[in-house]
Write a protein that binds this ligand. Structure first.
Ligand code: NAD
Length: 483
C-alpha cells in the first residue's frame, strides 16, 4: 500500500485483506469522501483470533530472551518514525487535526514503542521469604490475546499506547479501529510488519462497533479488553466482558475542570485554556471543558479567554489552523445543539456557539460560555468540542466541590502559585491526574486514567504494562517433613 492508495485494507494474521463491503472516509475540512477501507466482518474477527492464538501458542514472542522483544520494539519505533512524512497527512485529512499535531501523534506512537521496549527485559518477579523450608517466587505471564478498541480522536496515539505495552509483555493483539478515522492507523501495522513482528501478533480490523467490535469483545478466546471511548459503549463492553470474566481497562469520557485562583499567572492560565479546550477542536477526553474562576478575577478571565478564542484562526488541519474541524457532521450538529441548549438554560454566550458560515467542513467557532451553573447540562455533560464552560467561585472548598460535581473523574487542574494550596488541590480533586499550572502536563511516562464514569485501570507509564500480564506465584517446599 502507498500513501496514494484510495482503498485501504484490514491487516489480519500478517496479511493485508480486502472485503466486498467498504467504509467511506470523509475529509472533515471539505465534507468530501476521499478514501474507503475494507469493512471487516465477524469472519475476519474469527480469523484474527485464530491467528493471534496460533502466535501465542507458538511461543514466538515469549520463548526468546526478552531483550529480543526489546530490540523488536525499538525497530518498530524506528519504522514508525520512517513513515511519518507519508502517514501524518493521512491522519490530518481523515481526522481534521492539524498536520503538525498529526506528525506529533506518530512521534508519540514511536515513543511508546521505545518506552515499553525499554521495559520488555525488565518485567521481573519477586522472591518472597517463607522461611527455610520454602522457596517462593512470582513471575509475570502475558495475558494472551489482548482485544483493543480505539476511538477516532487520537487513533494513532491511543492505538500505540495500548499496543506497545501489550507487545512488550509478549501478548498478541487484535485492534478494532474506529470507523471514522481508520486509515492512518494502518501505517502502524505497516511499521510492525517491516520491523519483523511475527504474523498473528497484530491484527487490525475496521468494522462497525456493534458488529465487529462486539464480536471481538464477546469472543470466548480473548483474554483481556482495553477500551477507549464513550461511557455507553464502555458499559456495553463491560457486560460482554462479564460473560467470560475478562479483565478490562476502561478509558472513558470526562468533564474536567481547571480551578484558577487570583495568584495564578494569567499568561500561563490563558495558554493552558487555549491548549486545554481548543487543541484538536476540543475532542480530547481530558480536555479542560470547565474553568472555575475565583470571583476576584472572574470578569477579567472571562474577557481575556473570549478575546483569545476570537483571535484563533479557524481552518483546515492541512494548513495548520489553530482551530480545526470536528470529526464528523454528526459531531458538529450535536455540539451546536448543546450550545443552543446552554443558551436556553441561561448560560452567557461570550463568544462562538456557531458554525462559521463561510466554511464547508465541520467547523465550530471557538466557544466560551460564562455563568454556567451546576444545574445546567453544560456543567456536567461531555461536549467533545471547542466549548468552554466558565463558573465563578468564592472559597476554596466551593471550588473543590464544583470541580468534583460530576460523575466523571479523569483529570483536573489548579492554577496558583501557592504551593500548599496546590498540594491541597491535588488531594481534594477527584481525578486520576491533577495538573498544576499547566494543563496536559505529563507524557508517555505518566500514568493516565480515571475514576467514576471516566473508567478504571491506567494507561501510560510503567504501571500500565502490568495490565498486560498476570502474576503467577510458585511456592516450592525444599525440605522434607520435619522429624
Ligand atoms: P465510541 O464509544 O462511540 O466508539 C469507540 C470505539 O468503540 C469505536 O471503535 C467503535 O466502533 C467501538 N464500538 C462501538 N460500539 C461497540 C460495541 N458494542 N462493542 C465494541 N466496540 C464498539 O466513542 P467515540 O465516539 O469513538 O469516542 C469519543 C468518546 O471516547 C468520548 O466520550 C471520549 O471522552 C472518549 N475518549 C476517552 C479517552 C480516554 O483515554 N479516557 C480517549 C479518547 C476518547
Amino acid at each position: 500500500m502507498t500513501e496514494t492508495t484510495k482503498n485501504w485494507l484490514n491487516f489480519i494474521g500478517g496479511d493485508w485483506v480486502d472485503a466486498t463491503d467498504k467504509i467511506e472516509v470523509y475529509d472533515p475540512a471539505t465534507d468530501e469522501i476521499f478514501a474507503t477501507i475494507a469493512q471487516a466482518n465477524t469472519n475476519d474477527v474469527e480469523r484474527a483470533v485464530v491467528a493471534a492464538r496460533t502466535c501465542v501458542n507458538s511461543g514466538v514472542l515469549t520463548d526468546c530472551r526478552p531483550v529480543k522483544r526489546a530490540e523488536l520494539m525499538s525497530r518498530i519505533a524506528d519504522e514508525i518514525r520512517n513513515v511519518v512524512d507519508k502517514a501524518a497527512p493521512l491522519l490530518a485529512r481523515e481526522n481534521g487535526k492539524s498536520l503538525n499535531d498529526a506528525r506529533e501523534e506518530f512521534l508519540i506512537a514511536a515513543r511508546y514503542f521505545d518506552y515499553y521496549g525499554g521495559m520488555a527485559d525488565k518485567i521481573e518477579g519477586k522472591s518472597i521469604p517463607l522461611g527455610e523450608d520454602y522457596i517462593d517466587f512470582t513471575y509475570y505471564e502475558p495475558v494472551g490475546i489482548s482485544a483493543q478498541i480505539v476511538p477516532w480522536n487520537f487513533p494513532v496515539d491511543i492505538c500505540a499506547r495500548s499496543l506497545a505495552p501489550a507487545l512488550a509483555a509478549g501478548n498478541a493483539v487484535i485492534v478494532k479501529s474506529p470507523e471514522i478515522t481508520p486509515l492512518a492507523m494502518t501505517w502502524l501495522a505497516t511499521a510492525c510488519k517491516r520491523a519483523g513482528l511475527p504474523d498473528g501478533a497484530l491484527s487490525l480490523l475496521c468494522g462497525p462497533g456493534r458488529e465487529v467490535g462486539n464480536a471481538l469483545v464477546s469472543h470466548p478466546d480473548i483474554n483481556q479488553i482495553v477500551f477507549t471511548g464513550s461511557v455507553p459503549t464502555g458499559q456495553s463492553i463491560l457486560k460482554a466482558a462479564a460473560e467470560h470474566a475478562i479483565p478490562s481497562v476502561m478509558e472513558l469520557g470526562g468533564k474536567s475542570a481547571a480551578v484558577a485562583f487570583p495568584d495564578a499567572d494569567m499568561n500561563q492560565l490563558l495558554d493552558s485554556v487555549r491548549w486545554g479546550i481548543f487543541f484538536n477542536a476540543g475532542q480530547v477526553c481530558s480536555a479542560m471543558s470547565r474553568l472555575l474562576v475565583h470571583r476576584d478575577i472572574y470578569e477579567e478571565v472571562v474577557a481575556k479567554v473570549a478575546e483569545m478564542g476570537k483571535g484563533l484562526s479557524i481552518g483546515s488541519g492541512m494548513d495548520n489552523a489553530e482551530v480545526t474541524p470536528v470529526v464528523s457532521r454528526q459531531q458538529q450538529q450535536q455540539i451546536l445543539r448543546i450550545c443552543d441548549r446552554a443558551v436556553s438554560e441561561g448560560a452567557r454566550l461570550v463568544t462562538g456557539g456557531q458554525a462559521p458560515a463561510d466554511l464547508k467542513g465541520y467547523f465550530i467557532e471557538p466557544t466560551v460560555f460564562a455563568d454556567v451553573t451546576p444545574d445546567m447540562n453544560l456543567f456536567t455533560e461531555e461536549v467533545f468540542g471547542p466549548v468552554l464552560a466558565i463558573t465563578p467561585f468564592d472559597t476554596e472548598e466551593e471550588a473543590w466541590a464544583l470541580a468534583n460535581g460530576t460523575d466523571f473523574g479523569l483529570v483536573a487542574g489548579v492554577f496558583t502559585h501557592d504551593l500548599t494550596r496546590a498540594i491541597r488541590a491535588s488531594r481534594a480533586l477527584r481525578a486520576g491526574q491533577v495538573f498544576v499550572n499547566e494543563w496536559y502536563a505529563g507524557g508517555v511516562e505518566t500514568p493516565f486514567g480515571g475514576l467514576g464514569l471516566s473508567g478504571f485501570g491506567r494507561e501510560k507509564g510503567q504501571e500500565a504494562l502490568y495490565s498486560y500480564v498476570n502474576t503467577k506465584n510458585v511456592a516450592i517446599r525444599v525440605t522434607g517433613p520435619s522429624k
